[in-house]
Design a protein around this ligand. Structure first.
Ligand SMILES: NC(=O)c1ccc[n+]([C@@H]2O[C@H](COP(=O)([O-])OP(=O)(O)OC[C@H]3O[C@@H](n4cnc5c(N)ncnc54)[C@H](O)[C@@H]3O)[C@@H](O)[C@H]2O)c1
Ligand SMILES: O=C[C@H](O)CS(=O)(=O)O
Length: 492
């Protein structure tokens, strides 16, 4: 297998972006205890990163409180200037940041570069939004009084982020928090701390004051619990599985704080007979195999209407068979290693159960000849809604295609899930697109395209896919509190 992380990391233009210490109050905190960061493609150890303790969490929270007292009073335009400088630093060092991401997460370098650009866009977006945290005045119902509402920053905030988008899931939260005047402590996934620490190094370059942005590295559960035990943490934002989201919300209950949860998905991808087949196949390939399938927006149930079912299965399988699997550093690779062995096991389990229940393999299905964390891109046809692969989020490069007959039937089946993050509809019929979109119980619906995200859109899910929204003008409100002010007895 070509490509390798170690030489790529040795070739970084800025070796100082490869940090192994936690980032607390503007200083790099080394610890005797460490966690290992491993290249998911080869299993080789890339770095030993500080394993913080509960006392480090307490220290970070204390510094975040102190920093908030100053940061909240910095002009929004000045906060925005820091964010824009941070974004510029990301772009100037995009190649290094992408190499660090591919090394620890495994995604192909081309996708890592795209994520860096996507991540930087959230800093620019919220630099501007921070200057629009408008309040309001209210026509008074009280004599000689003036009524107004101010939007004020909530205070110290926490972000707990996943390994599949190790940069963008941080800046989508930190950009909004810092623009609003809050401070933020990030607890990145233990699989991908290097990307988070590189962001901290660039925040330092951008002059973000000590204590405003901090990164606590180490094991997830104990550190996250400690962070949420602090009543001074006034908001938290989590991106990850629904299971963990529920745990964190429970842990937050006793200290009552704002919560923004971007959780799991189970996206239906609906292809009607009138959809242009080539467009639908290409769109489905992108929606299924982006991030090597490890994407909360991934097409998880591919519903294809009877009249085009066999042609779609044939063309989709043909395109899947052409996907190149390998080390993310190797040119032309489409599907990298899974970041966690658990993802490989889940794919195996879902394929096996589906075959036992009557599905058929059209392409793939066998263990990858590359072994380790690699999964052969697989297409299963004749899948039914009762199979695990349709009921659970796959989060890997395994496609499940299900036939359907009528519009009302497929809408009901698509909605028959406790998840409600994203859905896709392919049809030429605008009336049908509007009818189906109106009925789908999902936070985001894409018609005739696989790509719809970006800083301007309200990213979030219905039902068990989360609470709140990130990005757009909505993302800022997760970090703001309205304050109603009544000034009375104003002299005539
Ligand atoms: N909705 C979204 O925007 C979005 C984005 C990315 C991932 N996801 C979802 O996340 C899942 C895959 O990512 P994942 O495996 O990293 O999710 P995960 O829930 O296992 O982990 C997410 C984060 O939570 C931490 N964590 C794990 N156990 C914890 C605990 N007990 N207490 C506190 N923190 C804990 C992890 O270290 C990581 O930092 C999928 O379900 C995917 O759909 C959703
Ligand atoms: O995995 C889920 C991510 O939130 C998808 S995206 O980064 O918003 O495209």
């Amino acid at each position: 297998m070509k490509g390798s992380a170690t030489p790529a990391l040795m070739r970084l233009k800025r070796q100082d972006l490869l940090q192994k210490c936690a980032y607390v109050n503007g200083a790099w905190l080394s610890k005797v205890e460490t966690i290992s960061v491993v290249d998911p493609a080869t299993g080789e150890k890339l770095a030993q990163v500080a394993a913080c303790e509960r006392s480090d969490v307490d220290t970070a929270v204390s510094f975040a409180i102190t920093a908030f007292q100053r940061w909240r009073d910095v002009l929004p335009s000045e906060r925005g200037a820091h964010l824009r400088k941070w974004a510029a630093g990301m772009r100037e060092n995009a190649e290094d940041l992408a190499a660090i991401m591919t090394a620890e997460q495994g995604k192909p370098l081309t996708e890592a570069r795209s994520e860096i650009s996507y991540a930087a866009s959230f800093l620019d977006w919220f630099a501007a939004e921070g200057e629009r945290a408008y309040g309001e005045t209210i026509p008074s119902h009280l004599a000689r009084s003036r009524l107004s509402v101010q939007m004020q920053p909530v205070g110290v905030t926490v972000a707990i982020t996943p390994w599949n988008f190790p940069s963008a899931m941080i800046t989508r939260k930190a950009g909004a928090a810092l623009a609003a005047g809050c401070t933020m402590i990030v607890k990145p996934a233990p699989e991908t701390p290097l990307s988070a620490l590189a962001l901290a190094r660039l925040a330092e370059d951008a002059g973000v004051p000590a204590g405003v942005f901090q990164v606590i590295t180490g094991e997830a559960a104990p550190l996250a619990k400690r962070l949420l035990d602090h009543s001074d943490v006034r908001a938290f934002s989590f991106t990850g599985s629904t299971e963990i989201g529920r745990i964190l919300l429970e842990q937050s209950a006793k200290t009552l704080r704002k919560a923004s949860l971007e959780l799991g998905g189970n996206a239906p991808f609906i292809v009607f007979d009138d959809a242009p087949l080539e467009t639908a196949v290409a769109g489905c390939m992108a929606a299924k195999f982006a991030t090597s399938g490890q994407d909360c927006l991934a097409a998880n149930r591919i519903y294809v209407q009877g009249g085009s079912y066999q042609r779609f299965v044939h063309e989709f399988a043909k395109a899947t068979s052409k996907l190149k699997v390998g080390n993310g550093f190797e040119p032309g690779v489409d599907i990298g290693p899974m970041t966690k062995p658990s993802v490989v096991e889940k794919c195996r389990r879902q394929i096996s159960e589906a075959l036992c229940a009557g599905a058929r393999i059209v392409v793939g299905g066998q263990d990858s000849p590359l072994g380790g964390n690699f999964v052969t891109p697989t297409v299963l046809a004749d899948v039914t809604d009762g199979m695990l692969i349709a009921k659970e989020e796959t989060f890997g490069p395994v496609a499940a295609i299900l036939p359907f007959d009528r519009e009302a039937e497929v809408v009901a089946r698509a909605n028959n899930s406790e998840m409600g993050l994203a859905a896709y509809v392919y049809t030429r019929d605008l009336n049908r697109a509007m009818r189906v979109t109106d009925q789908l119980e999902y936070g985001m619906v894409a018609v005739n395209t696989p790509k719809f995200t970006g800083a301007p859109i309200p990213f979030g899910g219905w039902k068990q896919s989360g609470l709140g929204r990130e990005g757009s003008r909505h993302g800022l409100t997760e970090y703001l509190e309205p304050k109603y002010v009544c000034i009375s007895n104003i002299a005539d």
